[in-house]
Write a protein of this length. Structure first.
Length: 81
């Protein structure tokens, strides 16, 4: 889970955040289109701490370090799997 849900990356908020967003949008007559970035692990140092389950810690060879963050390498066969 994102650190934006609980303040701590990897911590289960105890509810389905996407379901809450969809239900709230539909109640207002809106549709929801989610944009998910499956490769970004950390952007501009946020979150400051990566959880123990982060691929950046478990598989550092799958990760590209850039000036703006940490990203899973889409060219990596392991990442693609």
């Amino acid at each position: 889970f994102s650190h934006l849900c609980t303040g701590t990356q990897g911590q289960d908020p105890g509810f389905d955040p996407l379901a809450v967003l969809v239900e709230t949008a539909h109640a207002q007559g809106l549709t929801l289109e989610a944009w998910i970035n499956p490769y970004r692990l950390q952007a501009n140092g946020t979150p400051a701490e990566l959880c123990a389950q982060s691929p950046a810690l478990l598989h550092p060879n799958w990760v590209k370090h850039t000036a703006t963050g940490l990203y899973l390498d889409p060219a990596s066969i392991k990442v693609q799997q």
